[in-house]
Design a protein around this ligand. Structure first.
Ligand code: GDG
Length: 464
């Protein structure tokens, strides 16, 4: 019987210690598959230590295996190459991208350490699924270990245009390592297109039918496979008692005012400063309607070891303070800016109480908040989703009010349009988005990727 092996930087499987207890959609989808197929989820423990030993634990029928990394590993691989080189570069932020040889060395070293530790635990019939930019070379390391299994890779973030990617020293080495996999998945056709462009123009690759991409005699299938949310459980949460109580609390805290909500990790890719500027422009353009609306921005801090993340926090603290100082009245503040996370069912209630969901990333692989917002709405009186055209989710949700997040005027106009929208139009726009969120949910995504990997004929098995 074949097992599923999942490998990602952080393991989100449930453990006795509760790590992974705040189960997001990805964790729900993958732990269900791991439970059914008696698989193992491998990754970093999130802790530092010197021994690189895998620690196995089986909890609620799911086995996870985690390893500590040394402080140097974390600095070079995680805070360094993953979050200061690949993340900004893949989100089109060449200005924030740091190129350090030590980062690349640490990234390759940690991938080797993972591959060497995990390789011996892979059995001949296992199907291996590697996730995200932290682990791009892992498949190649596993092949070197003699792992000849079906192996897939999914990239959760955008794939950058060739002209940006070539700024990365050793870009070709990184992309070549993807050819160790059998299937490589991207969130959207746009990212897939960028990948294919790179392969053709930089590597002399050849595209053929059935998503096949060939370079130097090695062929992989490259597909677009958009991730979804755990829609049914989010809909249930939005109709549950905690969400209802939260909804009431929100409504009572601002009677007669429409709430706009944003929920994002504090990350420059999410376009928070641009969102505040767009909202400020709306307040300037419509003084008579100022007090009828407010923005609740939930932004839990992330990657605080990286300077650019500390900078964005300082910038947003200053912007929210300035905007509130300039426009607030004795009984109203324009922005409620909150730097903490909330449980999922509370979030669902907040989404449901909102008249507008503001999802305006400058660049985003997909963006699950947009889908969760849609899932949480009241079918008879849904809120309006304002969505950046640069989020992967925009390809599946053309009925949202699409905006250009770089333009304060455009964001201000989108807010104005959403606030004026009739109930009929809100329902007409929401319904097809809701159907999409429900049909193409996280289980659909998992099945689509794994079916491609396990059932469809592979273009050619890759062996090193
Ligand atoms: C990467 C890609 C892609 C946020 N605050 C709270 C909270 N969240 C949850 C949201 C959502 C998730 O975190 C964030 O997902 P996103 O998709 O918005 O963004 P990234 O973290 O950047 O994820 C992205 C994703 O991978 C999946 O492939 O869509 O493009 O960048 O689920 O709800 N959850 C709770 N409290 C919070 O305060 N419970």
């Amino acid at each position: 019987m074949s097992r599923l092996i999942v490998i990602s930087n952080r393991v989100q499987a449930p453990t006795a210690a509760g790590v992974g207890g705040a189960q997001g959609g990805l964790a729900v989808a993958l732990t269900a598959a791991l439970r059914e197929e008696h698989g193992i989820w491998f990754g970093w423990s999130g802790e530092t230590g010197e021994d690189h030993e895998l620690r196995f634990e089986t909890f609620e029928g799911v086995t996870s295996a985690v390893m500590d990394l040394s402080e140097q590993d974390v600095e070079e691989y995680y805070d360094g190459f993953a979050n200061r080189t690949l993340w900004p570069l893949f989100h089109y932020r060449l200005d924030l991208t740091e190129f350090e040889r030590d980062f690349q060395g640490g990234y390759e070293r940690v991938n080797r350490v993972f591959g060497q530790a995990i390789g011996p635990h892979i059995e001949p019939d296992d199907v291996v699924w590697v996730h995200d930019y932290h682990m791009i070379p892992l498949g190649w390391v596993l092949r070197q270990q003699g792992v000849n299994n079906r192996m897939g890779f999914f990239l959760h973030i955008p794939w950058p245009p060739t002209r940006l990617l070539v700024a990365l020293p050793q870009h070709r080495r990184l992309v070549e390592s993807l050819f160790a996999y059998d299937v490589v998945g991207f969130q959207t056709e746009e990212w897939l297109e960028s990948f294919r462009h790179y392969v053709v123009t930089e590597m002399g690759g050849v595209l053929s039918d059935g998503d096949c991409v060939t370079v130097g005699g090695r062929t992989i299938r490259a597909i677009a496979c958009p991730i979804g949310v755990d829609a049914e459980s989010f809909i249930a949460a939005a109709n549950g008692p905690v969400a209802k109580a939260t909804q009431l609390r929100m409504l009572e805290s601002a009677v007669g005012r429409s709430m706009m909500v944003g929920v994002d990790r504090l990350d420059y890719s999410k376009g928070l400063a641009e969102r505040f500027s767009g909202y400020e422009r709306f307040l300037q353009n419509h003084p008579d309607r100022r007090a009828l609306v407010y923005l609740l921005q939930i932004a839990p801090p992330s990657r605080t070891a990286v300077q650019s993340y500390r900078d964005i926090r300082d910038n947003l603290d200053a912007m929210s303070g300035r905007i509130n100082g300039a426009y607030a009245d004795i009984d109203w503040v324009p922005i409620r800016y909150v730097n903490q996370g909330y449980p999922r069912d509370v979030l669902a209630g907040i989404y449901r109480a909102a008249r507008i969901g503001l999802v305006t990333p400058l660049r985003d692989g997909m963006n699950l908040v947009a889908k969760e917002f849609v899932a949480a709405q009241d079918p008879h009186d849904p809120g309006v989703l304002i969505l950046s055209r640069f989020a992967g989710a925009a390809a599946q949700m053309p009925q949202a009010v699409l905006c250009n997040p770089y333009s304060a005027e455009d964001v201000a106009d989108a807010i104005d349009k959403a606030l004026r929208m009739s109930r009929e139009e809100r329902i007409a726009r929401w319904k097809p988005m809701f159907d999409n969120v429900r049909n193409e949910d996280v289980l659909w995504w998992r099945r689509r990727f794994l079916d491609t990997l396990t059932e469809a004929p592979l273009c050619e098995r890759n062996a090193i």
